[in-house]
Ligand binder design. Sequence first.
Ligand SMILES: Nc1ncnc2c1ncn2[C@@H]1O[C@H](COP(=O)(O)OP(=O)(O)OP(=O)(O)O)[C@@H](O)[C@H]1O
Length: 326
Amino acid sequence: MTRSSGHEPTDGPPGPDAKRRVIVNPNSGAGDHLPTVHRLADHWGYSVAETAAAGDAIDLAREAAADGVDVLAACGGDGTVHEVLCGLVDADALGGVRFGVVPVGTANIFADDIGVRGIEHGFELLEDGEVRRIDLGLADGVPFVKSCIAGLTADTSAATTSDLKARFGPLAFVITGVQQAREFDALDIEVDAVTEGETRTWSGEALCVLVGNARRFAKQFGQANVEDGLFDVTLIERMPAGEAVAEAIVQQLLRRDTEHVTQLRAERLAIESRSSAIDFSLDGEIYTRNRLDLRVRSEALSVCVGTDYEPDPTMQAEKDSFGRYL
Ligand SMILES: Nc1ncnc2c1ncn2[C@@H]1O[C@H](COP(=O)(O)OP(=O)(O)OP(=O)(O)O)[C@@H](O)[C@H]1O
C-alpha cells in the first residue's frame, strides 16, 4: 500500500528517504489536501502511504515499523492519529519512531494540544521541532493520547450548543449529556484507581467517567499534564438533571469538588460494569467492553511538538478552544 509520490523534489533534502514516511487519509477533513501533502513530502524527502479505507492506517503503521521507518507522521484527523498509534503499539515500535502529526482532519484536537498549526507547520516540526516524550494511555492494550470516556456518546457532543460550549467549556457536553440522559443511561460500575501504589474503589451509578491523558475535564479544563505518568479522572454520579447542571456550573465557576463529582489522579484504573457492556470512547473511537483496564505508559511516545506546546499548561488552558472532547 506504500506509495512514493514519484515527483522530483525541488529543493531541500533529496529523495524520498526510506526511513521517513507520512501515512495520509485522503478523505480527512475537506479531502482536498493530497496535492499539498505530496508536494511537501517531496520537498522534505518523505515517502507517502495513502489509506484506501478505514483501518488501513493501522496496517500501514505496522508496515512502516517493519520497514525500519524512524520518522513517521499521521496526516489526517484524530481518527488517523489513533490508527497509526494502534499500528505502532501492535508492532511494539514506539521506542524506535519519532512521531508527528500533519493535521488535515475535521477535528485535530491532539495536533492543537501539541502546538501543530497546519500542514506546512506539521512538516516543519518533523524536521526541526522539539521532540518530547509524552505519556500514552493503554486501555486493554489499545492506545489513546487524549482521553477515554464512558457514559456520554458522540451524539452528546454534537448536540451541545455553541452557547453552552462558550459558557462552560468541556463541561458543556456533560451538561448536555445530563439533560439528555434517561434513568437507564446511568452506568452501574465499579472503578478501582491506583495512585502511588494505593487502590481507591468507587462504586455506584455514574453518569460518566472521564479519563484524561492529554485532556483535562474539570477545574482547569483544556489540556492536562501529558508528561506526568498520571491520568486525570473525573467521575460524575447520576443525579437529577437540574441538580447536575447546577453542580457542573458550581464545579466550573468555583473550581472545587462538589458532592456528586469525584476527581482523582491515577496511574492505573479499572472500570467494570456491574450490568451490561459499556461503550468506551478512546480518542473518539468506540470500544464496547464489560471491563476496561487502563494504564499509563509513561513518556512512551516521542513526538514532534510546536513552540506553543506546554507539558502542563494550567494557566493557558482556560483560553483553550471549547467543546471538541469526545
Ligand atoms: N481512505 C479512507 N476512506 C474512508 N475512510 C477512511 C479512509 N482512511 C481512513 N478512514 C477512516 O476515517 C476516519 C476519520 O479519519 P480522520 O480522523 O483522519 O479524519 P476526520 O476528517 O478528522 O474525521 P472525522 O469525521 O472523524 O472528524 C478514520 O478513523 C479512519 O477509520
